[in-house]
Design a binder for this molecule. Structure first.
Ligand code: FMN
Length: 173
């Protein structure tokens, strides 16, 4: 497998913890863990295998004019990336107990930016086992990336990550 660039944010919380779990499951030697807030499009372009990790902190905040989080700052870079010859996988931290109408929406917002640019997204996930009402992360009835709920379902995280990584090993370059 070619080297994977795992770009993630925010730092210091659940997203970072899960990013490290994903890297360990893939083999740390195969993965560069890179904070998204320090990154530009050119950093992502160095990799043919890319993983984006993010959390959802509410659509209102995400849409605000003022950059509010690490991914807000990076969003303008997404459209500059050349997605040809690249595969992208995504995971998203969220909480479908408290935010059952906006579960892991950030995954959908990023997908909405990169799919029209020709991005090939792998690692989509069945909704089985997730009890939620609405999510912008659904494409053709599946999550466009791996949802993880560290707030209410932390005991499921390792199994979710490991199952997902097994499919990624077949789908990454
Ligand atoms: C203010 C706030 C708003 C949130 N909004 C959402 C949301 O709309 N959808 C969702 O799935 N999770 C939402 N969450 C849950 C977070 O995504 C979850 O706590 C996540 O693990 C945080 O990751 P982090 O520690 O890396 O920031 C929200 C959390 C907070 C504190």
């Amino acid at each position: 497998m070619k080297k994977i660039g795992l770009f993630y944010g925010p730092l210091g919380g659940s997203t970072e913890r899960v990013a490290k779990k994903v890297a360990a499951a893939l083999g740390n030697e195969n993965v560069d863990l890179i904070p998204i807030k320090e990154s530009k499009a050119s950093d992502v372009e160095k990799y043919e295998n890319v993983i984006f990790g993010m959390s959802t902190i509410g659509k209102e905040t995400w849409d605000a004019d003022k950059p509010a989080n690490d991914w807000d700052l990076f969003l303008p870079e997404l459209e500059k990336i050349d997605y040809s010859n690249k595969v992208i996988a995504m995971f998203g931290l969220g909480d479908q107990v408290t935010y059952d109408l906006h579960f892991v929406d950030a995954l959908g917002l990023v997908a909405e930016e990169i799919l029209p640019k020709g991005a090939k997204i792998v690692g989509t996930v069945s909704t089985d086992g997730y009890d939620f009402r609405e999510s912008e992360a659904l494409y053709d009835g599946k999550f466009i990336g791996l949802p993880v709920n560290e707030d209410f379902e932390p005991e499921l995280t390792d199994e979710r990550v490991n199952n997902w990584v097994e499919t990624l090993k077949k789908e990454l370059k």
